[in-house]
Design a protein around this ligand. Structure first.
Ligand SMILES: [Zn+2]
Length: 87
């Protein structure tokens, strides 16, 4: 999606709100904790209406990993987890 191609319909009619966020300081956001929220950049396909949202500040990704509970992938089946290197 960030490369300008819609993953749903393969059209190149993708528009991003990242410039709007940078200029106005306002954006959609999701709560990180009770006191903090995370701003998002939205990518919209104007052909099919598909929307993807990305955390705009990469450093917030590690905060999310610290604070939010991880969604556990299903055990068994064909999914093979990457070997964990917990030292
Ligand atoms: Zn599309």
């Amino acid at each position: 999606m960030k490369n300008g191609i819609c993953p749903r319909c393969n059209h190149n009619q993708v528009y991003s709100s990242s410039k709007l966020r940078a200029e106005t300081g306002s954006a959609s956001s999701i709560p990180l904790s009770y006191i903090r929220s995370i701003s998002l950049d939205n990518y919209v396909c104007t052909n099919c209406g598909y929307v993807e949202s990305y955390v705009s500040e990469p450093e917030m990704l590690s905060r999310i990993a610290d604070i939010w509970p991880q969604v556990e992938p299903p055990q068994g089946g064909s999914y093979k987890p990457v070997s964990k290197n917990h030292s």
